[in-house]
Design a binder for this molecule. Structure first.
Ligand SMILES: [Zn+2]
Length: 392
C-alpha cells in the first residue's frame, strides 16, 4: 500500500534509480522507503567503505558515519572510500566527499569521534539500523549492547586474513552477538591490529554482503541473515551458514542484566579464532554436514537415531543406493514432510550434495530440529567408503 508519508522522487532520482524502480521488490515505493531511511555505519575503513559506497549509490537517504581516524597509505589496499590524495585527511572528510560524488542526493552525517559508552546511545538513537564495520572487539560489544538496549538491528561483519563473517544481530526474536560470545576474549589472546593481515578484497566481499542485508531489511524483502552466521573462506571460496539461536541466558538480550554500556580495553578482532570458538561454543553446529565416513561409522555401530533420506530420482536409485536409505525424490519432499518425524535427526543425501542441501534447507525451514547433509553425496560415499557403489 503506498505510504503518503514517504518522500517523493525528483525526476533526476527517477532516472538515477531506474534499475531499482523496475525491480518488483523495490519499485518506486521501495525506493522512496530507501530515501526515507537513516543508516549509521560504524567505521569508514575496510568494511565501512563498500557499505557506504553501495548504500549511497542505492539511494539510502541519510548515512551516518562514525570514525576518528585519518587516512593512512596502508589503508588504500582495501578502504576504497579513500584515495591517494586523501592520505593524512580525516577519513570522515574523504568519505563525505566521495559519497557526495557517488550520489549528491544522499545526506551524510559525520561523527569524528571514537564510539564509547558515553556517546554510543546518543549517536545511534536516531538511526533505523546500524552497520558494524569495526575492527576490534571493544567496539563490537559496544555496538551490540547499544543495539540491544535501543532495539535496533545490527548488521554485523568481520574479517581476518582470508576469512570473513556476516550476520544480522539484535533483530526482534533473533540472537545478538553476545548470544554467540557472551564475553570478549582476554586481550592477551588476540594479536594486535598490525600483526593481523587481511586480503584486501575480503572486506569488499563482506561489506557488500552487509550492504545487501541492510537494503533487504530496509525494504522488508527476502530472508535476512537473522539467526544465521555466514562464514566465508576466500581461499577455498566456500560460503557456509551456521544457525544461531537466541540464548535465554545471554546477558544482553536474554536476562537483560547488561543495562548500561561497557568500555572494554581496545584490542583487535580475530574472526579466525572466533570461528574456532564457534565450533566449540553453543553452536557446535547441529546442522553441520556429515561426511560419508562419519555416516558409515554410525551405520556400522547400529545407530538408528536418524532417518536417511535419498532425494535423487528413481532412475538414480536403481543404479545404486544405500540399504539404510529411503527414496524421497527432491520434487516430492514437500509432499512427504508429514511422513517424516521432525524430532528425529534427518540425514539427506543425493548424488553429490547439492540437491540434498536444498532439501535440508527446506526441512529446517519446515521446523525439523536437526537436519544434516551427506557431504559429497553418493559419489563421495563411493570414493571414500564403498568403491563397489557405481559412479555415474
Ligand atoms: Zn543475545
Amino acid at each position: 500500500m503506498p505510504d503518503s508519508t514517504l518522500p517523493s522522487l525528483a525526476p533526476d532520482e527517477i532516472l538515477r534509480y531506474s534499475r531499482h524502480l523496475i525491480l518488483p521488490n523495490v519499485g518506486v515505493e521501495g525506493q522512496r522507503r530507501l530515501k526515507a531511511s537513516r543508516v549509521l555505519i560504524i567505521g569508514a575503513g575496510g568494511l565501512g567503505s563498500p557499505v557506504a559506497l553501495y548504500l549511497a549509490a542505492a539511494g539510502v537517504g541519510t548515512l551516518g558515519i562514525v570514525d576518528f581516524d585519518a587516512v593512512d597509505e596502508s589503508n588504500l589496499q582495501r578502504q576504497l572510500l579513500h584515495g591517494t590524495r586523501d592520505v593524512g585527511r580525516p577519513k570522515i572528510d574523504s568519505a563525505r566527499a566521495r559519497l557526495h560524488d557517488v550520489n549528491p542526493f544522499v545526506r551524510v552525517e559525520s561523527y569524528e569521534t571514537r564510539l564509547t559508552s558515553a556517546n554510543a546511545l546518543e549517536i545511534m538513537r536516531d538511526y533505523d539500523l546500524i552497520v558494524d564495520g569495526t575492527d576490534n572487539f571493544a567496539t563490537r560489544y559496544l555496538v551490540n549492547d547499544a543495539c540491544v538496549l535501543l532495539g535496533k538491528r545490527n548488521v554485523y561483519g568481520s574479517i581476518y586474513r582470508f576469512e570473513g563473517q556476516a550476520s544480522v544481530f539484535a533483530a526482534e526474536n533473533g540472537p545478538c552477538y553476545r548470544c554467540l560470545f557472551p564475553e570478549p576474549p582476554p586481550p592477551g589472546e588476540v594479536p594486535n591490529c598490525a600483526e593481523g593481515g587481511v586480503l584486501g578484497v575480503l572486506p569488499g566481499i563482506v561489506g557488500t554482503i552487509q550492504a545487501t542485508e541492510t537494503i533487504k531489511l530496509l525494504l522488508g524483502t527476502g530472508q535476512p541473515l537473522i539467526g544465521r552466521l555466514l562464514l566465508i573462506d576466500t581461499l577455498s571460496m566456500q560460503f557456509r551458514t551456521v544457525r544461531l539461536r537466541k540464548d535465554p541466558q545471554c546477558p544482553a538480550c536474554g536476562t537483560h542484566e547488561i543495562t548500561k554500556l561497557i568500555d572494554y580495553d581496545q584490542f583487535c578482532g580475530v574472526p579466525g579464532q572466533v570461528a574456532e570458538h564457534v565450533a566449540d561454543a553453543q553452536v557446535a553446529d547441529p546442522d553441520a554436514d556429515l561426511t560419508p565416513t562419519e555416516l558409515a561409522e554410525r551405520i556400522a555401530r547400529g545407530d538408528d537415531s536418524f532417518d536417511l533420506i535419498d532425494v535423487r530420482e528413481p532412475w538414480e536409485w536403481q543404479m545404486a543406493h544405500l540399504d539404510r536409505a529411503r527414496l524421497v525424490p527432491l520434487g516430492t519432499v514437500a509432499d512427504s514432510v508429514d511422513s517424516l518425524d521432525p524430532n528425529r535427526e534427518i540425514v539427506v543425501m543425493c548424488k553429490s550434495g547439492g540437491r540434498s542441501g536444498r532439501a535440508a534447507e527446506f526441512l529446517r525451514e519446515s521446523g525439523f530440529r536437526r537436519v544434516r547433509n551427506l557431504a559429497g553425496g553418493i559419489l563421495r560415499w563411493s570414493a571414500e567408503v564403498d568403491p563397489s557403489v557405481p559412479r555415474y
